[in-house]
Write a protein that binds this ligand. Structure first.
Ligand SMILES: *Cc1c(COP(=O)(O)O)cnc(C)c1O
Length: 392
């Protein structure tokens, strides 16, 4: 089927809720993709930070196939091996105590919010359920996680939203203290605000927030849906900030392209959610868990330090382009934000796409780069050559 036929069916039969690129993707290998006509693209998106092993990874595909031929699904009312194995790898890698498995980032954050409220209710009783989140954050698309998201334009149309969220300015302790009160049970934040524009928080600020949470017995709730699973050069970004979260969520990259999300808790929060308190029909299903086990096995310390090195190389090389369209470069590992000036971030994304490089946008003026973690030096250089052509 060619692009225009696909597009016609989509427009007739699908809700038009996405600002879609005018490109169809047919297949890929590594960090290279092809459209149905055979045009090649270098991929700096990984499908929004999901395809950490790129496309058509043999081990990943075989693990899914083998598991599907053995047992595709059976529900959480039974024990399954991929699930138990995954938990036993993931939890120690994050130095946490126990995990819950669901299917998406928003669902993971919902679970984390439920946990924070129950922790506080059991210890302090009713009326201590507010959660402070940061301005410019993004936490998901459900009614609750939209309200947790600290951007006003997400708070339209869908009233009534879940109550109990207040917003503080990022990197500003005074603003956080202004939102404090006897009704607070937790602080929830991304360590690099992804959708908001790839804005890393100051490490000193993050440590001060963690300290205040400790003093007030507010739970420190870290959303690593985008930053987790090796994206920033360590298994989780919090490991570079010198903090220990009470709860941390993950999703996007964990299963390399199959739906998977969840959260991990520390020892203090291990017994908050008990039998019947939380669940998910598909959560941790054997095929997604088998895929996630492959990701866990591949994210060795050597692999993670390569992610950090490739990220540094990409950031340095973009800086060396001396492009008049670049106002600044931010990020950690292979989560990179390029400030755009002189045209809009969407115009630049479209020009790069036309020239054969796929990128994302974020915030108001940021080009966001989330290449597959396995991207080769050769693929990075091809992408940089396209950037040089379009952006000089
Ligand atoms: C993508 C994202 C989410 C939402 O994840 P979904 O899987 O789309 O529900 C939540 N938090 C952060 C930080 C994200 O980047």
């Amino acid at each position: 089927m060619d692009f225009s036929a696909m597009k016609a069916l989509d427009e007739k039969y699908v809700l038009q809720t996405y600002g879609r690129n005018q490109v169809a993707i047919d297949h890929g290998k590594g960090a290279t993709l092809w459209d149905p006509q055979g045009k090649e693209y270098i991929d700096f998106t990984s499908g929004i930070g999901v395809c950490s092993l790129g496309y058509a990874d043999g081990e990943w595909a075989k693990a899914i196939y083998d598991q599907a031929m053995k047992l595709g699904h059976i529900s959480n009312l039974f024990y399954t091996e991929p699930y138990a194995k995954l938990a036993s790898k993931l939890v120690p890698a994050a130095n946490m105590a126990a995990a819950f498995f669901g299917n998406s980032g928003a669902e993971a954050n919902e679970g984390m919010i439920k946990l924070a409220r129950k922790y506080s209710f059991e210890k302090y009783g009713q009326g201590r359920a507010a959660i402070i989140t940061l301005r410019n954050s993004f936490h998901g698309r459900t009614i609750t996680t939209l309200k947790a998201t600290g951007q006003d334009h997400f708070h339209d149309f869908f009233f009534p939203f879940t109550e109990g969220f207040r917003y503080a300015e990022a990197n500003n302790m005074d603003s956080l203290r202004e939102q404090a009160g006897d009704d607070v049970c937790g602080v929830m934040m991304e360590l690099i605000q992804g959708e908001g524009g790839v804005n890393p928080l100051d490490a000193d600020y993050v440590r001060e927030v963690a300290k205040l949470c400790g003093e007030k017995d507010w739970l420190l709730l870290i959303d690593e849906v985008q930053t987790g699973m090796g994206r920033t050069g360590t298994m989780f970004a919090f490991q570079q900030f010198g903090i220990s979260p009470d709860v941390v969520t993950f999703a996007k990259g964990i299963a390399g392209g199959l739906p998977f999300g969840g959260f991990m808790v520390n020892e203090k929060c291990r017994n908050v959610l008990r039998t019947g308190d939380h669940g998910s029909t598909f959560g941790g299903n054997p095929m997604s868990a088998a895929a996630a086990n492959v990701i866990m096995d591949r994210l060795t310390p050597a692999f993670l330090s390569q992610v950090a090195e490739k990220g540094q190389y990409l950031r340095d090389s973009i800086a060396k382009l001396n492009s008049p369209y670049v106002s600044g470069i931010r990020g950690m590992g292979l989560m990179i934000g390029v400030g755009v000036q002189g045209m809009t971030h969407k115009e630049l994304k479209d020009k790069l796409m036309e020239a054969g490089l796929l990128c994302l946008t974020a915030g108001k003026d940021t080009l966001r780069l989330l290449p597959p973690l396995v991207i080769s030096r050769e693929e990075i250089d091809k992408g940089l050559a396209i950037m040089a052509k379009v952006m000089r």
